[in-house]
Design a protein around this ligand. Structure first.
Ligand SMILES: O=C(O)c1ccc[n+]([C@@H]2O[C@H](COP(=O)([O-])O)[C@@H](O)[C@H]2O)c1
Ligand SMILES: Cc1cc2nc[nH]c2cc1C
Length: 348
């Protein structure tokens, strides 16, 4: 059997550019380290781009959408039809991430991997329907092997389009009613944490709803017994089309040398799956925000990730990552435009 594409090595980081950027940070008119994480971000972008003075003009956002059979278990505060309605809303430019993308000058596309109701042909929406939603993971595998391969490949295609447009940063968003249940199951499968520790309100469940959701995830883990050493099978059995799409996109972005700014709980769970599929992916990830969804902290900790923002957001769509783009731009502009001690004639 030929090796799956997602095992191919990721691009390498330019250590010379990283060192040059670090040296420059040390020469700028400020006490060394005083711009904190903004310094790190600029140095990181330099390493990724192979440029001592990086740029951040072209940001690409792919929002992966799909429905979840497990919605039938009453695990979301919202009806399943919202997935398709939100695809229509993205297309019209009315969703939060639509607004943030416009504001950030980012290219936004939606990849429809299979909502129950087909939204039809819409501007800005790429039809890539795999099935009208996944199987109910409490009772059966979410996907077949072919469906998983299609979802991963759809993610890789998005990274290919991003590269063709010269993207300097890839943001993966998601939309799918009940996907926090699938993400919780995947996260439990990959970290060994308990459903009770990771399940949260998602779109707004009350405490009883969260308990029920944890019980549903516990049933799913009992049925499927996901193995942390087999992330692809964990994605297939308890994941979702958009979670697998994100994982495929993150691996492919890293292989193409496009850094990824990861969003909230679902996207970070997909990033953990991507890193488990191909550990080199970790070098190409940055984290936009810490979601209010309680399981997010555990998945971030598993990745050793320190997100940039902590705004109590819990929307998904890539919105938390998109909200961090202006901060990344500030880091780049400071790095490129501040005077050095020598230029300013200030003794250091
Ligand atoms: O990104 C997050 O951290 C996040 C946290 C809670 C909810 N969401 C979004 O809400 C939807 C899933 O919530 P739920 O309650 O239906 O599982 C899905 O469309 C996600 O984009 C996203
Ligand atoms: C309205 C709505 C918008 C969303 N965007 C991402 N997940 C969502 C869930 C709901 C319910």
């Amino acid at each position: 059997m030929t090796e799956p594409w997602y095992l191919r090595p990721v691009a390498s980081i330019d250590e010379a550019a990283e060192q040059a950027a670090r040296d420059r940070q040390g020469q700028l008119t400020k006490p060394p380290g005083s711009l904190g994480r903004l310094e790190e971000v600029a140095v990181r972008l330099a390493a990724w781009q192979g440029a001592p003075k990086p740029a951040l003009d072209r940001v690409w956002i792919s929002v992966f959408a799909g429905d979840h059979g497990v919605a039938a278990e009453g695990v979301s505060a919202f009806p399943q039809a919202v997935t398709t309605e939100m695809i229509r809303n993205f297309s019209r430019g009315g969703a939060a991430v639509s607004v943030l993308a416009r504001e950030a000058g980012a290219n936004l596309e939606v990849v429809d991997l299979g909502a129950v109701e087909d939204p039809g042909s819409l501007p800005g929406v790429r039809p890539a329907r795999i099935a009208p939603g996944t199987g109910n993971l409490r009772r059966e595998p979410a996907m077949t092997a072919e469906e998983l391969a299609a979802a991963l490949a759809a993610g890789a295609e998005a990274a290919r389009r991003a590269e063709a447009e010269g993207a300097q940063l890839f943001i993966g968003g998601e939309m799918g009613i009940a996907n926090t249940t699938a993400a919780t199951a995947v996260a439990c499968g990959l970290t060994g944490d308990s459903p009770e520790a990771l399940a949260g309100p998602g779109t707004g469940l009350d405490a009883r709803g969260v308990d029920h959701k944890a019980a549903v995830v516990r049933d799913a883990l009992g049925l499927h017994a996901p193995d942390p050493a087999n992330p692809a099978e964990a994605l297939r059995r308890v994941g979702g089309f958009e979670i697998a799409g994100l994982a495929g996109a993150f691996v492919a972005a890293a292989q193409r040398g496009i850094p990824v700014l990861v969003d909230g709980f679902i996207a970070t769970t997909a990033a953990l799956a991507a890193v488990r599929l191909n550990p080199g992916v970790a070098d190409w990830l940055a984290f936009g925000h810490r979601s209010a969804e309680p399981g997010h902290a555990a998945v971030l900790a598993e990745l050793g990730a320190a997100p940039l923002l902590d705004l109590d957001m819990r929307l998904g769509e890539g919105s938390g990552a998109a909200a961090a783009v202006p901060l990344l731009r500030q880091a780049v502009t400071l790095h490129n435009r501040m005077a050095t001690f020598e230029e300013a004639g200030i003794p250091s």
